[in-house]
Design a protein around this ligand. Structure first.
Ligand code: 9MR
Length: 672
């Protein structure tokens, strides 16, 4: 992060951004391990960590053809009717778990997972409930039903449809009229979810509905607003079930967008009741592919096994015909899951078994989650350059505070992103870190020394240590890594600035990377034993034209692979910030382009969607959400998240006074 004014330069025309020749040795993509294709739906879905389930009717469990397919193909089941209110609590306080148990016990005996369907629904609701007019009575009846049923199935049901079909069809985007809404008000859904969380804290809590698959539909938007509001206020919700009862055309064009937009709110999505009129093979494949393309789409359930088992049997909407034979849609579904009917062993990579990163990325962004909190002595315009670890159940975020008076550091922690905006900001100029120019922090835990390190720029590369990351007052006074700027930097920096120091260690060495706002990435090294002393042998690790390799470099170890990932912030031809990426097989190695161009960026406004509204065109200085928190800076290979700085696209003026805010990118094209 450049401490001084850079206004004007960002508008300069940027030449030959795509010229990366100086930087790389070409080729060298990491080979994915061989995958094994499975021959059944459940086994193939399991290879990507997903389930493939079906609705099951207790009344059909005596049919050998039915159970034969059920046990061969499916690894999750949903009772089609047996856990609904009119079966379980037909009269007040008298619970009949028999049919539900039959399905639950059978599934448990075969290692099949169980979805619970459904606790609060206006249909299949006994008359004694729908005729209640007193709110206190209905509230206690609803809470009691949820509690009793969830208690009974505790440990057996992995996800519950807590509330089913509460939104109205048509253009209102509002909740439908039902005894629950009419007597309890629209808050009944929140009440149901809170009760459900207390009843079984380890079950995933889903909202389930139909006709919410098309992103632009008012009903979809209504449910989206509710989930966003729940996440923002900390109302417990873990998943959204999209029933997906489709016509012969299959899913709407924007189906995957809907899945990823919900997922970006921080919930899982599941396709819960899939059936498609006439079961066209392509329509099934499109549906499955949309789920496979969204990391948080955790499973698919078809609503029945054979066409003759379907609630819409006249439309033959399922994967097996009346005789239990596989239909063409079965084959297309299996291939879309990544499998093949022949169960051949193949050298083709299985999408989920590869630990390597993809070569292009797509993201969905949150809104601005963290804004500055000026106080009487901190007149702050922007919060910038975040560093983040997840440790001890909390996110710990360190960031620069920027104002016309200069830069310093701030610390905040919170347990959930929905709480990020309300976290207390601890200004670190009040600690031994002290006032004056400190910026662009990077935090990690040194496991040998059992100390947290905060690395930051002060004009030199500096650090403080702290035995307890959660204690802002525990940081030591700044110390420098170098006695002075290394010669090679002095010789190459031109009229740039020495910024954005970054430490990462492997088992032998620690490396200190830094940038110069002038096209160079520098690297020094020391041994793990000597760290934090002894940084020497400074070299140019990568170089390009000034704006193509500007600043804010991150280097990570990719979990489960031999890959390291380099991100560097560039300034695009539109004057906006974005990230380029490279990989290498060692920290001292040469970097090969991964998504390294303006047209195939790692993260840029062009590959980020903003379901909550486009609040920035800059994707600027930030950090990946790591898999751990130690000096190896290990990130997951899948489902990446990146905390970044963005700002109002219309803001201008003094760079130090720009209104930077922090937002979170979530990868939407993870294949694992
Ligand atoms: O498939 C179920 C059918 O056997 C029942 O008669 C019907 C009663 O309303 O419910 C069917 O399942 C529904 C599910 O519970 C919720 N979403 C719509 C499904 C199809 O109607």
């Amino acid at each position: 992060m450049n401490p001084l004014k850079r206004l004007g330069r960002r508008r300069a025309s940027v030449l030959s951004l795509l010229a990366v020749a100086a930087l790389v040795t070409p080729g060298a993509a990491t080979a994915a391990p061989d995958g094994v294709r499975a021959s059944t739906l459940g086994a193939q879905a399991a290879q990507s960590g997903r389930y493939f389930g079906t609705a099951v009717a207790a009344g059909r469990l005596g049919d050998g053809t039915y159970t034969g397919i059920l046990d061969r193909e499916f690894n999750s089941v949903t009772p089609e009717n047996e856990m609904k209110w009119d079966t379980i609590e037909r009269s007040r306080g008298s619970f009949n778990f028999g049919p539900g148990d039959q399905i639950a016990n059978r599934a448990a005996a075969r290692g099949q997972r169980l979805r619970g369907h459904t606790l609060v629904w206006h249909q299949q609701l006994p008359g004694w409930v729908s005729s209640i007019r007193d709110a206190n009575t209905l509230r206690s009846v609803m809470n009691n039903h949820i509690t009793q049923v969830m208690n009974h199935y505790k440990g057996k049901v992995h996800a519950w449809d807590v509330v089913n079909e509460a939104f109205a069809d048509g253009g209102s985007g509002q909740m439908r009229s039902s005894v629950f809404r009419d007597v309890l008000g629209t808050g009944f859904i929140e009440q149901a979810f809170r009760t459900a969380r207390s009843a079984d804290p380890s079950a995933k809590l889903c909202y389930n509905d139909y006709n919410i698959e098309n992103w632009s539909d008012a009903k979809t938007q209504g449910v989206y607003r509710m989930v966003r509001d729940f996440k923002a206020r900390g109302v417990p919700i873990d998943c959204v079930g999209l029933q997906s009862h489709f016509g012969a055309g299959g899913p709407p064009a924007g189906f995957q967008t809907t899945l990823s937009n919900f997922a970006a709110l921080g919930v899982d999505v599941q396709i819960t009741e899939l059936d498609i009129a006439q079961a066209p093979a392509a329509a099934y494949a499109n549906t499955v592919r949309a789920c496979m393309n969204v990391a948080r789409c955790t499973g698919i359930t078809v609503w029945g096994i054979r066409d003759s088992d379907s609630w819409r049997s006249g439309e033959n909407p399922l994967l097996f015909d009346r005789n239990g034979n596989k239909k063409p849609a079965y084959q297309s579904t299996l291939s879309a899951l990544g499998g093949s009917a022949a169960a051949q062993r193949t050298a083709a990579p299985s999408p989920r078994s590869a630990a390597a990163l993809p070569s292009s990325f797509r993201w969905s962004s949150s809104g601005a989650l963290i804004a500055p909190k000026p106080d009487s002595t901190h007149n702050i315009a922007g919060i910038k350059d975040p560093s983040v670890v997840h440790y001890n159940g909390k996110y710990h975020v360190f960031a620069s505070t920027a104002s016309s008076a200069g830069y310093n550091l701030v610390y905040l922690s919170f347990s959930d992103w929905s709480q990020a905006g309300s976290a207390t900001h601890h200004y670190l100029d009040r600690t031994a870190i002290g006032a004056g120019y400190r910026a662009a922090p990077q935090v990690f835990y040194n496991t040998q020394q059992r100390l947290w390190y905060l690395v930051y720029q002060t004009g030199n590369a500096s650090y403080s240590t702290n035995p307890d990351i959660s204690n802002p007052n525990g940081w030591s006074a700044p110390r420098n890594f170098y006695s002075s700027m290394p010669d090679i930097i002095r010789q190459n920096i031109g009229n740039g600035y020495w910024v954005d120091m970054w430490v990462i260690c492997d088992s032998a060495n620690c490396y200190l990377f830094s940038s110069d706002d002038n096209g160079h990435l520098y690297r020094s090294q020391t041994t793990v034993g000597q760290f934090p002393n002894g940084f020497t042998n400074t070299v140019i690790a990568a170089q390009d034209s000034k704006f193509a390799m500007f600043e804010a470099s991150n280097v990570y170890k990719v979990q489960g692979s031999n890959q390291y990932l380099l991100l560097v912030e560039a300034i695009g031809s539109d004057g906006r910030r974005y990230f380029r990426s490279w990989t290498a097989s060692s920290l001292a190695g040469s970097w090969s382009p991964l998504a390294a161009s303006e047209s195939n960026p790692f993260a840029k406004s062009s590959n980020v969607t903003f379901p909550a509204g486009t609040w920035t065109r800059d994707i600027s200085h930030g950090e990946m959400i790591r898999a751990g928190y130690d000096q190896t800076l290990t990130i997951p290979a899948c489902q990446l998240q990146y905390l970044y700085q963005g700002k109002d696209p219309n803001a201008g003026g003094d760079y130090n006074n720009l209104p930077w805010r922090l937002g979170l990118l979530t990868q939407t094209n993870s294949t694992c």
